[in-house]
Design a protein around this ligand. Structure first.
Ligand SMILES: CC(C)(COP(=O)(O)OP(=O)(O)OC[C@H]1O[C@@H](n2cnc3c(N)ncnc32)[C@H](O)[C@@H]1OP(=O)(O)O)[C@@H](O)C(=O)NCCC(=O)NCCSC(=O)C[C@@H](O)CCCCCCCCCCCCC(=O)O
Length: 719
């Protein structure tokens, strides 16, 4: 797992060999320990170069090992032995040096990086901290402030910036290993002590205490309950205030707490789940391994509303030419202006020139004739979408993929009006589409493997996490959102306030509670959908009692709020009052409290005290319960798919792993027991009835999440 060679007579070349990223598995650690000892002992060897096979230095500790009992040589003494040696050791960094990989390089006396290399300490994103000396050596090398930034954010740094920061000594666009070998020969005989970071003092500015306090306040605000960033600041504080040995002791203590925490498990689960969802599989047997995407060099977007504009920007940012279509000149000009501004802002952020030349704005559908893939993003209205799809089917080339950005309408119904239903697939983006990482790829019953593969691959090109889902109302994300929203409304009826519900959800870790989120999205969106489905407005069955619709409990509260002209953040009034129309500062509104009181009085509801635990359980367990139904219905392939949809599309706190992972952490018997309890109290709320899959899993002894797929009964899988 580490190859040894003697090159140029006196240089020992040690190559890590553990593809694809040369993670520091037990075998690699063993190999490094052995080869370094050999090099240090061999009198012919005057200096050492450490590099990684296949153009990758090292992706860090082997994350898969964290779930098992740890064996093999530990990293800390292994790195100390390199640093303490009396021969210069040079790290030749190609590809990445991340986490333990960078810590290994920091234990070397010199670092040479390729221009395209990336370095960083991303442990915090896995719920950990750099515990192989990274929190103690990096501040000694580059100072407290930049080290805090890198360690608490986990961000990757490009080679040139690493050079500026002082992380690497030289950047080259030649063969890094060759340059490192020459370098290693030149530095033989130079004093090594100043290059041994553990022996150096940490450069501290006079206001270091204030700096550390500010960093702590900032991470606590940003972290929303995540413990690793807080521990990272504490470890860097130790580098600033304690000698190296005591700092290392602190690093190890903090790591021990993090290592076994549920947050670390959740974040590491997310790391692998994010990669696993790319490996999609359909019930037909088609999967990512046997279905090739077709290249998309020219795309088209129909409709330049909020979604269409974001999608256009996302495509252009990925270097794809776009034909952007609107119905009228006025709409087109407005869309053009906004898209151009968005692209300029995006380009400015990256110091690039905006690629406006990639877009052709037009009102003529005839210009779509050579597009490889079209994304329809018109108003969420089935007759209108059908009309668009009919037209697309006649103007586009015969093999063009026809995609819809619907957030929940029937993809098969749209496919049915085209001549090529096998080329129709859903691409459900999330607003703002050029920013949000999630893409639900909706597989219709007739979508071909090639269409699914192309949409999934296009999502990847756009920098999205693409998740293949089945076709049902609301697909995965929005279908699960419905019980969540309904429970929040029921809690208001029963005695809660919007701020109490939101407070509980934000404390759980959501960036925004359900009512603030609804205000942000616009309350009229749901209102229109409810009107169209006969839940409110003139089509309501007059025999329905006021708080029942279609045989179930229904809360008309959101309709009443809209009827008062409160449409959310955009007009400055929704569930909250805002500083101005479009403003972001939300304050509780006494008028909403009054509305709630009058409503309860009118309907004879005696308000009761609702606590935060009930909010979390009712809203989240209802959502999770729907997740179990989705799994059994074959709308999502596995729990990881649901979890990634919620983490990347709905602000579920990543350190809680996603709703299905969270259910496993809480304990499935507990989730079942609470749902039973609430369902008994509210028998007219079907989404509280525990799902069959949840019961089966509990009956089977609550197996771990990675085996849930074995318990699915899917006679009618939609995937
Ligand atoms: C490296 C990447 C940037 C590459 O990206 P790319 O897009 O090219 O490829 P993929 O991301 O698709 O990856 C390909 C493939 O490789 C797998 N993989 C990647 N990295 C790792 C890894 N580090 N370990 C294992 N596997 C990895 C990936 O899963 C893919 O395979 P798959 O089958 O899933 O498709 C990118 O991959 C990336 O960003 N990787 C992660 C980089 C990272 O986060 N590194 C940090 C790792 S953590 C670390 O290094 C910790 C160290 O600080 C030191 C730790 C010391 C440990 C001591 C433990 C003591 C505990 C004491 C407490 C005991 C208490 C008690 O007693 O209980």
């Amino acid at each position: 797992m580490a190859r040894y060679a003697q090159v140029h007579g006196s240089v020992a070349l040690i190559t890590l060999t553990n593809p694809p990223v040369n993670a520091l598995s037990a075998a690699v650690r063993h190999g490094i320990t052995e080869t370094v000892t050999r090099a240090l002992r061999d009198p012919e060897v005057k200096s050492v170069v450490i590099c990684g096979e296949n153009g990758v230095f090292c992706g860090g500790a082997d994350i898969r090992e964290f779930a098992k009992p740890m064996g093999g040589p530990p990293l800390v003494p292994m790195i100390a032995a390199i640093e303490e040696g009396d021969k210069p050791v040079v790290a030749a960094i190609e590809g990445v040096a991340l986490g333990g990989g960078l810590e290994l390089a920091l234990g070397c006396h010199y670092r040479i990086a390729h221009t395209k290399a990336l370095v960083g300490l991303p442990e915090v994103t896995l719920g950990l901290l750099p515990a192989a000396g990274g929190t103690q050596r990096l501040p000694r090398l580059i100072g407290i402030a930049p080290a805090l930034d890198l360690i608490t954010t986990g961000r990757h740094v490009a080679a040139q910036q690493a050079l500026k920061l002082g992380i690497v000594d030289q950047v080259t666009d030649q063969s890094t290993v060759d340059v490192a070998i020459q370098f290693a020969k030149q530095v033989v005989g130079q004093p090594l002590l100043p290059r041994k970071l553990s022996t150096q003092p940490t450069p501290c500015p006079p206001d270091v205490d204030i700096l550390l306090e500010e960093a702590m306040t900032q991470v606590k605000r940003r972290a929303r309950g995540a413990i690793a960033p807080v521990a990272c600041v504490m470890a860097v504080r130790a580098a600033a205030t304690l000698p190296y040995r005591a700092g290392m002791q602190k690093e190890q203590e903090l790591m021990a707490t993090l290592f076994r925490s549920s947050q670390a498990h959740a974040l590491q689960y997310c790391f692998f789940a994010q990669r696993a969802v790319g490996r999609w599989k359909l019930s037909s047997g088609a999967h990512s391994g046997n279905s090739k995407p077709r290249p998309v060099s020219k795309a088209a977007v129909i409709g330049l509303g909020t979604m269409g504009r974001g999608i256009t920007v996302a495509l252009v940012k990925a270097g794809i030419a776009v034909v952007a279509v609107e119905t009228s000149d006025k709409q087109l000009q407005m869309g053009k202006q906004i898209v151009s501004e968005m692209l300029k802002r995006e380009a400015q952020k990256r110091n690039e020139t905006p690629r406006l030349d990639l877009i052709r704005f037009t009102t003529s559908m005839l210009e779509l004739k050579d597009s490889d893939l079209v994304i329809e993003a018109v108003f969420e209205d089935m007759p209108l979408k059908k009309q668009v799809f009919k037209e697309l089917s006649s103007v586009c080339k015969a093999d063009a993929f026809l995609c819809t950005n619907t957030s929940g309408l029937d993809v098969d119904e749209l496919a049915a009006v085209t001549k090529t239903p096998e080329l129709v697939v859903g691409m459900h983006f999330f607003a703002p589409a050029h920013v949000m990482k999630l893409l639900e790829v909706v597989c219709g019953s007739r979508s071909s493997p090639e269409a699914v593969a192309t949409a999934m691959y296009l999502g990847k090109r756009l920098g999205k996490v693409s998740v293949a889902v089945g076709n049902c109302p609301g697909f995965v994300g929005n279908r699960m959102l419905r019980p969540y929203l309904e429970e929040a409304n029921f809690l208001l009826e029963e005695g809660a306030t919007p701020e109490l519900v939101d407070g509980a959800l934000e404390e759980f870790g959501f960036a925004m509670g359900v009512f603030r989120m609804s205000d942000l999205s616009g309350l009229d969106v749901g209102w229109r959908i409810r009107k169209e489905s006969g839940l409110t407005g003139p089509d309501v069955d007059p025999s329905d009692p006021p708080r029942r619709r279609q045989g179930q409990r229904y809360s008309p509260l959101p309709d009443l709020v809209c009827e008062q002209g409160r449409l959310g953040q955009k007009n400055g009034r929704g569930w909250y009052l805002y500083d101005k129309p479009g403003g972001r500062v939300a304050t509780p509104d006494p008028k909403i409290h009054q509305l709630l009181e009058e409503y309860r009085l009118k309907h004879g509801i005696r308000p009761r005290r609702v606590d935060r635990q009930e909010v979390v359980e009712r809203c989240l367990f209802a959502l999770i319960n729907e997740g179990f139904r989705i799994l059994d219905d074959g709308i999502a392939a596995g729990p990881e798919d649901i979890d990634m949809i919620y983490v990347f599309g709905y602000g579920w706190p990543r350190h809680r792993g996603g709703p299905m992972f969270y259910a496993g952490m809480v304990g499935l018997p507990k989730v079942l027991e609470r749902l039973e309890h609430y369902w008994q109290a509210h028998p007219d709320v079907p989404h509280l009835e525990p799902s069959a899959l949840l019961r089966r899993l509990v009956d089977s002894g609550s197996p771990p999440i990675d085996t849930w797929r074995d318990f699915l009964q899917r006679p009618h899988s939609q995937l």
